[in-house]
Ligand binder design. Structure first.
Ligand code: ADP
Length: 397
């Protein structure tokens, strides 16, 4: 009897490492998923396993997750303790930036690694962590197939008019373009729509991925036409700690009038703005909903307002709207945000059913709503595992 192959998925963020273990059956079957957060500070581990095994949630010692390498070692020891016989034949990595040419997952050959290094300046906050995760996984699994899945790949179907900035032409050739991100999540949602609502999938859909990072994507027939994120994952909607869209003149002002360095402005825009900056309280939507202070409410108001603005813009880019799909931690769970986004949106065909929304149903629009409203849990890890499966199969034929 041949043993079922196993794939490990890794998603290395700036201070977190998400991991998953999948049995590669006809479709990948989740064996474990977990998260180590606050790497290098006060690390904490959460993991859940298949039926019959208790989930884990515990603080780690600083040494157990001092950096991404030790965090990976800790994650692997947890997985080994639960699945002593499992040997990963493939490791799938989430990689933020695949540049203009990678429109699908790639096996990590030395050439692909060199290209990803070259793209690092395009995503200086994320790409180095992704590459560090890949390096650590290559050491830990020298014989496994290493696969990269790009957040930008799903958006490579954008028409040029939505890929370009109004800069002198040479910048486009240098790679200064609107890439769009959260592509693994959008890919998963497109696949789910095809499975559970094929007619909707074939139509004009706006997906709102609302998590700590947040963006929206307009799709036709499951292909990305436009997205709110641009050259970096800073553009578009306000996020937990990121500004979202901002007039670049603000940067000139801070540098020239306030004497800030570019690094200080970058840190401000990425880490101290968004919901955290506006509320002065937290980047966490649950905390803001519970707080009820003027500042927390203003942060929520701005978040909702920008989603509604982008909704109108994306609907125009699609030439109409057949469905709005919410996903991500906020999109999947926050009844309040979904209700506020959809309030008074009958003009665009959206009519929320409060009861269905309150129950967290998959379809949360009324039966009379011209366009459907849905809340669909996303699963980026599964998209990575599917890519690993595809390459494992082609490697074995
Ligand atoms: P990440 O982008 O880090 O993967 P998530 O998709 O997990 O983030 O989303 C995290 C966000 O989801 C946080 O702001 C959190 O408060 C929010 N969230 C999770 N559950 C709820 C809930 N029940 N109500 C409101 N917000 C929620």
């Amino acid at each position: 009897m041949t043993k079922t192959p196993v794939a490990l998925t890794l998603n290395a963020g700036s201070s977190s490492l998400k991991f998953g273990l999948f049995a590669i059956e006809s479709t990948p079957v989740e064996m474990a998923v977990g998260l180590i957060e606050s790497i290098g500070k006060t690390p904490r581990l959460k993991a859940s396993f298949g039926p019959g095994m208790s989930p884990l949630a515990r603080d780690l010692t600083p040494a157990e997750a001092a950096d991404h390498r030790s965090a990976l070692a800790t994650a692997l020891s947890v997985l080994r303790a639960h699945f002593p016989d499992a040997r990963a034949s493939a490791v799938g990595h989430r990689v933020v930036h695949g540049g203009p040419s990678y429109d699908r997952p790639m096996v990590l050959t030395p050439e692909v690694m060199a290209e990803l290094q070259r793209l690092s300046p395009f995503a200086p906050i994320h790409q180095p962590h992704n590459l560090a995760g890949i390096g650590a996984a290559m050491e830990a699994f020298p014989d496994a197939l290493q696969v990269a899945c790009f957040d930008t790949a799903f958006h490579r179907t954008h028409p040029k008019v939505n890929d370009v900035f109004a800069l002198p032409r040479e910048y486009y050739d240098k790679g200064v373009r609107r890439y769009g991100f959260h592509g693994l999540s959008y890919d998963y949602i497109a696949g789910e729509l095809k499975r559970i609502a094929p007619l909707i999938h074939d139509g004009r859909v706006i997906v709102a991925h609302l998590g700590n990072g947040a963006s929206m994507c307009g799709m036709i027939g499951g292909r990305s036409v436009a997205s709110t994120m641009g050259f970096t994952a800073l553009d578009g909607l306000p996020m937990g700690t990121r500004t979202g869209q901002i007039d670049p003149g603000v940067i000139f002002y801070m540098v020239q009038q306030e004497g800030k360095s570019i690094d200080e402005v970058r840190e401000l825009f990425y880490s101290r703005s968004g919901l955290l900056g506006l509320s002065g309280l937290s980047n966490d939507m649950r905390a803001l909903e519970a707080a009820g202070t003027v500042e927390a409410n203003e942060a929520i108001d701005y978040f909702v307002f920008r989603i509604r603005r982008e909704l109108g813009g994306l609907a125009a880019a699609l030439g109409g709207l057949d469905a709005l799909v919410f996903c991500g931690g906020i999109g999947e769970n926050s009844r309040l945000i979904r209700e506020r986004v959809c309030e008074g949106m009958g003009w665009i065909g959206l009519e929320l059913d409060r009861e269905r929304n309150g129950r967290n149903d998959t379809v949360i629009s009324t039966d009379m709503s011209r366009a459907r409203i849905m809340a669909v849990p996303t699963n980026e890890e599964l998209v990575i595992a599917r890519a690993a499966k595809k390459f494992l199969e082609s490697a074995s034929t």
